[in-house]
Design a protein around this ligand. Structure first.
Ligand SMILES: *Cc1c(COP(=O)(O)O)cnc(C)c1O
Length: 325
């Protein structure tokens, strides 16, 4: 991308093509394999949508049972995925945070294996692999910045853990600057990093996958951010929608709002001149846009249908060409 006289590189890491179309498969695959190895047949998870649809899909493939607790208001596509994969879906009359607490109690009561993000340590082990892949795909170079869409902070910590392990093993010699991108309507991780007293605001954002009242992996994320001088930014829903349109139209990647938020974070940094000339910047695109069509309705306009004759079509095409030569 070129900005004034400055130019820098952007790499889009597209996790929307994973088996259930989100980054969460990296964690679910490992959790499911561990359960299989240990003879556990029923897994449970609370989810804003993607962790649940991911666990449901991977358990279906592995012939395991899954129970998914999810806010009743989650996007329809994510609810649909969970049901199509044949999981036991339990919509909860409450927030993701309520579903989380309930699922932990249910695991204690019934002995199910719990996949919850920030609760099951294997989720981070699965997610850290993305850093190995980034290093590998950049032909064994560490990028300068990685923009990570952040809710609970497990992806963020996973990215750090992957780069930290490569550093400790002497494979690499530095850690990239990780930029935690949160929705302005759900800024509870980045807003509390430097504070003694927590202040939690009630979440309200279109980016449902990063809409979290109490970040479940706060301490680990904050620890990594302080140790390695991480940066952060919050982006408004309007910025997320615009970034989503720009990303789709310029790169052919239709990302769900939480993932587009990471790109919005990069655009925000670009506008405030925070991306150095010549730097390599990675954006994690963590989920597929088809998972949440309702959020982008305001950005699109389906034209009136044309009559099926060449005269009408010709007229229409000439109008389009005159507007858009
Ligand atoms: C879960 C998720 C995130 C955020 O991950 P956390 O570990 O909760 O910070 C971001 N984007 C998408 C699409 C997700 O599903």
């Amino acid at each position: 991308m070129v900005q004034g006289n400055e130019s820098f590189e952007i790499y889009l890491k597209d996790d929307s093509q994973n088996p259930t179309f989100s980054f969460k498969d990296r964690a679910s695959a490992l959790v499911s394999a561990w359960a299989m190895e240990n003879g556990i047949s029923t897994l449970i998870a609370a989810s804003t949508g993607n962790a649940g649809s991911s666990l449901a899909g991977i358990c279906a493939a592995q012939h395991q049972k899954s129970i998914i607790l999810i806010p009743a208001k989650a996007p329809l596509a994510k609810l649909t995925q969970i049901m199509m994969y044949g999981a036991n879906i339990i919509p909860v009359n409450g927030t993701y945070d309520d579903a989380f607490d309930l699922s932990v109690e249910a695991s204690r009561l019934f002995g199910f294996y719990n996949r919850n993000t920030a609760y099951n340590p294997l989720t981070i082990e699965g997610k850290k692999i993305v850093s190995f892949e980034i290093y590998n795909q950049l032909e064994f170079q560490v990028p300068d910045r990685v923009f990570v869409p952040t809710g609970d902070g497990v992806i963020l910590s996973g990215v750090y853990k992957g780069f930290e392990e490569m550093l400790l093993l002497g494979i690499t010699d530095r850690i990239p600057v990780i930029v935690a991108v949160q929705a302005a309507g759900s800024p509870n991780l980045v807003n509390n990093i430097d504070h003694q007293n927590f202040s939690i605001t009630k979440s309200a954002t279109i980016a449902d996958s990063i809409s979290v009242d109490v970040p479940k992996n706060f301490f680990m994320s904050a620890g990594f951010m302080k140790k390695y001088k991480g940066e952060s930014v919050t982006v408004t829903d309007e910025e997320i929608l615009q970034a989503s349109v720009q990303l789709s139209g310029s790169a052919g990647i239709f990302a769900e709002p939480a993932a587009a938020a990471a790109f919005a974070g990069l655009l925000n940094f670009t506008r405030s001149d925070r991306i150095p000339h010549g730097s390599k910047n990675v954006v994690l695109l963590t989920g597929n846009g088809l998972k949440d069509l309702a959020s982008v309705q305001s950005q699109i306009h389906l034209p009136a249908p044309v009559d099926p004759d060449i005269l009408s079509l010709g007229q229409l095409i000439r109008t389009i060409l005159s507007k858009n030569p």
